[in-house]
Design a protein around this ligand. Structure first.
Ligand code: COA
Length: 154
């Protein structure tokens, strides 16, 4: 008996081992005096835009020690993470945030596309929960129209 492949299974994000080495998930840690003071994660995500599929650097988990804020550590660790875009490993970074002004100073811009997740129980529910969706670099030719994150937000 022939079994059909469920469409959502066929289009699920590829497991990490299918990504090129340079795009494998990375954790950036900034240490001062032997202590981790800031961190940021980057991993690959395939999304669908109205201009076709796109692999983006998904930035997540950006955090600076509350006792060490305002010292440039957050900026430094995010700059290091964006190095994966600057060196061409990814075309752009795509992420959500509640602190858009912090990222604007780092060369990012807010994008206002409608966001959906076609693999969710409720596909029309916005997969990002923070106020702003942003890209880096600001000048990237980001498509207009709907963006499908093809999985949960990050
Ligand atoms: C956002 C966060 C990472 C910033 O870290 P930080 O080390 O305090 O920031 P920096 O000292 O590197 O600041 C860099 C610049 O951004 C500005 N900035 C820092 N936090 C800001 C904020 N919340 N809103 C607007 N601008 C901010 C600084 O004034 C500084 O500006 P300057 O370059 O003109 O002097 C830190 O406040 C944090 O961990 N917040 C809680 C978690 C969070 O919101 N993470 C982001 C999730 S997407």
């Amino acid at each position: 008996m022939r079994r059909s492949i469920r469409p959502e299974f066929a289009s699920a994000p590829a497991p990490t081992e299918h990504w090129p080495d340079a795009q494998q998930p990375r954790l950036f840690l900034l240490r001062r005096d032997g202590v981790i003071v800031a961190k940021a994660k980057v991993f690959p995500r395939r999304i669908t835009t109205e201009e076709g599929p796109l692999v983006v650097a998904a930035l997540a988990g950006v955090l600076c020690d509350p006792d060490r804020r305002g010292c440039g550590y957050g900026k430094a660790v995010v700059r290091a993470a964006f190095g994966l875009v600057d060196d061409g490993t990814f075309g752009c970074a795509f992420f959500q945030t509640g602190v858009a002004e912090f990222y604007e100073k780092l060369g990012c811009r807010v994008v206002t596309n409608r966001l959906v997740n076609s693999l969710a129980v409720t596909p029309s529910a916005r997969p990002f929960w923070d106020e702003a969706a942003m890209i880096y670099p600001a000048g990237f030719a980001w498509p207009s129209g709907e963006i499908d994150t093809l999985g949960p937000g990050w």
